[in-house]
Design a protein around this ligand. Sequence first.
Ligand code: FAD
Length: 291
Amino acid sequence: MKPAPFDYHAPETIQGALELLDRHGSDARVIAGGQSLVPMLALRLARPEVLVDLNRIPELAGIRDCGGTIRIGAMTRQAHALASPLLRDRLPLLGYGLYNVGHPPTRARGTIGGSVSHADPAAETPAVMLAYDARMVLAGKSGTRTVDVADFMLGTFETCIEEGEILTEIVVDVPPAEGTAFVELSRRKGDFAMASAAARMRLNEDGACASARLVIGAVAPVPLRFDAVTDALTGQVVTEGLLREAVSLIDLERFEFDNPDISLAYRRHIGPVLARRALMQAFERAGERRS
Ligand SMILES: Cc1cc2nc3c(=O)[nH]c(=O)nc-3n(C[C@@H](O)[C@H](O)[C@H](O)COP(=O)(O)OP(=O)(O)OC[C@H]3O[C@@H](n4cnc5c(N)ncnc54)[C@H](O)[C@@H]3O)c2cc1C
């Protein structure tokens, strides 16, 4: 199928993009890597009258090391982020997650900002950003605002981006040395996750868990953080048995999630299994980083 006709604009500045969005209101849609939007246009699931292409705006792309924080431009390609030595060293969980996003050709075009803005419940990048407590910078006609990732993601394909706004960058605080892991189950490599788990863990001097973070994706409309699980680990020496006990606190029953392909019961079953594996890997990697 072919997309419905649309006007196309490729501004070269953020200001230019915002003016176009302001002029065209709800008729306009931005396009980033096009890896989700182009198929939606072709299937006519999206029918914007105006497309505002962000690809010619250099200030939207790139990764900046700002000391205690790293700022990732929304138009940074997934492949670029995956290859970045800075991110590999300082925010390795992002690379572990991105490795599971689609395939090399989709990652060559797909952007970090497009992935979080698209807000697919099974997408890896939003789960990683939640695990890092990232902040989203949104630009609009009347200025910029910064939103915590937990408030940014509202539901399936739904974020707090308002009409006329674009996501310009993502800000992540660089954590102290820790172990991280991203584990997912999908039918084939590159397919969307049936369920996924992102984990971070820091150890104290005597090898016990000093702090941890756990996010499970693809089991609810938005990725979910499980602080009760990580609270149960904090201060403890991590063992297989302790992890089993901790993940038994995960209750996925109260989250509804429609997906005709994979039953919710199965997702609810594998979510805690993946969580345990991710936490164990994060623990082992935390130990390697200390030695
Ligand atoms: C074969 C295939 C397999 C895939 N597998 C996976 C997978 O396993 N996991 C996964 O997470 N994704 C997967 N994807 C989708 C991923 O490749 C996309 O890159 C991602 O979902 C969207 O990023 P994009 O830059 O391509 O955005 P686009 O497709 O250009 O845009 C997506 C949406 O976000 C909006 N948007 C984009 N950028 C901004 C911005 N800066 N500000 C405001 N709104 C914005 C657009 O208006 C649109 O609504 C797959 C895609 C394909 C084709």
